[in-house]
Design a protein around this ligand. Structure first.
Ligand code: SAM
Length: 364
């Protein structure tokens, strides 16, 4: 088997452009296309055989030279995707070593060129996994992050354990004969949280809202792809301006869940180029203290959440204390922080807030 000649390989690598945001540097455009021209010349030559392993090595090197973050995984994900696998490890040994056709090499080159422009690999592939769900991804709709899987698990555990506790036994859904909880997700993005909940809690129903029309359309498409559309209502709704009574078409809410925009405004400029250039910053910017939408959700809870209902929020590590203080100064909301959970980096990132029964409230 022949692979790239070391001469050609070195030539390709030394032509790799220097980093520049989104390929705005004209030199970058020139060198990328020169690089691609050489690659085409090489791969169309009858005598050459190029395998998946060669391509992964080649594009990894190009990404490294261009200081693209996670060069190896970027290269592996793109090449595996084009060859019909989720990960490089899941490509069979035969696929890794057999020749890749010129048409597939062309597709790989097109996707890698997007990655060279700092497009997140999730948008490059057009799909991404959230737990066991494969979701369609479209810029600029927020890409679900792995820590959010933990937020969903916390809520699912709470719902399952509620069935076995005596607390709040008056809640109708605790009876096995009735349907499951009604959940409101604020800021559904691609639908990751809501759709995972529907899968894990087969009797639940979800109202999902987002102020971004692109997000609402994508969440609806993902719900249909996963055949979960019958238990979800997805609304284009801005929490800060829309009337909340439209959220009660299934009655009062048992649980509100949200991964709201919570980045402190002053931190936005320091986010990675991938995020700043491609993701909707309205999905991230939580205002001066990162709490704009968090406060909207807590205020809304007073009106639409059942007594003994729960609120699960993903937040910045500075927020648990700030939220607890804010709730202490707003006793009329009947809410208090019940638990703070850490993420896989041991940072306090998830808030479990409970609404008391009004007669239980001992406040002023
Ligand atoms: C961090 S993203 C979370 C998306 C998705 N839940 C996830 O975890 O992948 C926050 C989402 O909230 C939406 N959003 C921001 N402000 C909102 C508001 N005032 N009302 C409704 N949705 C809002 C954004 O459009 C964005 O889709």
């Amino acid at each position: 088997m022949r692979v790239l000649s070391s001469f050609l390989y070195k030539k390709l690598l030394c032509l790799s452009p220097r980093p520049g945001l989104l390929g705005m540097n004209p030199a970058k455009g020139f060198t990328v296309s020169a690089c691609i021209r050489l690659w085409r010349q090489h791969s169309h030559s009858k005598s050459s055989v190029v395998t998946a392993a060669d391509l992964v090595n080649y594009w990894q090197d190009v990404f490294e030279k261009n200081e693209i973050p996670e060069p190896q995984t970027s290269s592996e994900y793109i090449i595996s995707h084009v060859l019909g696998a989720k990960t490089f490890e899941s490509l069979s040994a035969r696929n890794i070593c057999s020749p890749v056709s010129p048409a597939l090499q062309e597709q790989i080159q097109q996707l890698c060129t997007k990655r060279l422009k700092r497009m997140p690999v999730q948008y490059v592939l057009g799909e991404w996994d959230f737990s066991d769900l494969t979701l369609k991804m479209n810029p600029p709709v927020f890409i679900p992050r792995p820590e959010t899987e933990e937020l969903v698990s916390l809520m699912v555990d709470e719902e399952l354990s509620k069935r076995f506790t005596l607390e709040c036994r008056k809640d109708p859904w605790l009876s096995p004969k009735t349907s499951g909880p009604v959940v409101l997700e604020v800021g559904c993005g691609s639908g990751a949280i809501s759709l995972r909940l529907l899968k894990k809690l087969p009797h639940s129903r979800v109202i999902a809202i987002d102020k971004s029309e692109a997000a609402v359309n994508l969440a609806q498409e993902n719900a249909e792809r996963l055949q979960l559309q019958d238990r979800i209502k997805i609304f284009h709704h801005d929490l800060s301006s829309g009337p909340w009574d439209s959220l009660l078409s299934w009655g009062l809410i048992d649980t509100i869940i949200s991964n709201p925009p919570y980045v402190f405004h002053e931190d936005i400029a320091h986010l990675a180029a991938e995020i700043l250039s491609y993701e909707d910053l309205g999905a991230l910017d939580g205002g001066e203290d990162g709490m704009n939408v968090i406060k909207e959700i807590l205020n809304l809870s007073f009106y639409i959440l059942k007594d003994c209902g729960n609120v699960f929020l993903e937040v910045d590590p500075r927020h648990p204390e700030m939220v607890a203080n804010w709730l202490s100064s707003h006793p009329n909301l009947f809410l208090s922080v019940f638990a703070i959970h850490q993420d896989f980096c041991a940072k306090p990132r998830f808030l479990h807030i409970k609404k008391h029964r009004r007669e239980d409230n001992r406040g002023p």
